[in-house]
Design a protein around this ligand. Sequence first.
Ligand code: CA
Length: 235
Amino acid sequence: MSNKVHILIIEDEKSICNFIKAALQVQDYRISIAHTASEGLSIITSRCPDLVLLDLGLPDMDGSEIIRKVREWSSLPVIVISARTQEREKVQVLDLGADDYITKPFGSSELLARIRTALRHNNQLVTPNGGPSSCYKVGDLCIDFARRIVTLAGEEIHLTAVEYKLVSLLAKNAGRVVTHDAIMTQVWGPYVEEDNRILRVNMANIRRKIEKNPAEPQYIFTEIGIGYRMAEETN
Ligand code: CA
């Protein structure tokens, strides 16, 4: 499954970009780089990365503006990277919805630890009894969010990156209806066309892969005219 974790670095200082890139490459992350805020926003909205490392001092816009815009439609983890050390500013970006904060200069092990933590939090399910879980399990279907692997009766199911995003989004909201618009925005970004065809096509492919009888789904249910609902976990 081409499911490497995709990290976007938004940073205008080339030397810091190179340092971060080198640290992430060793860990087998997929990396995109933007040197301006507008470039960064366009990558976020078109390619929906899994995590963003964000510098606050950007040439065209303050990085906090990016957090504000992204939080209007996404819970994508954002780690702020900045030279600013004032507590007030840290609180401000965290209040805006940043997941974490790392101050320059920092070492690669500190950076990688922060990334792992932010990804882990984002991958956690809240189970019916309130505790976090990193797996979704109903019947024969199992989704391991930490390893990004989907299995059916123990056999790995090969999903595309988009199919995995769809399934994991629904599983993290298991038992709840997720609307077409919410799915489209979370998976394809806020500027996606109104037409849901791309969603229906992907959903049909997913069902063919995970459902015994796609016409009578066991895992992902259609709420006609509204969206989809994934079966709730059973203990
Ligand atoms: Ca900067």
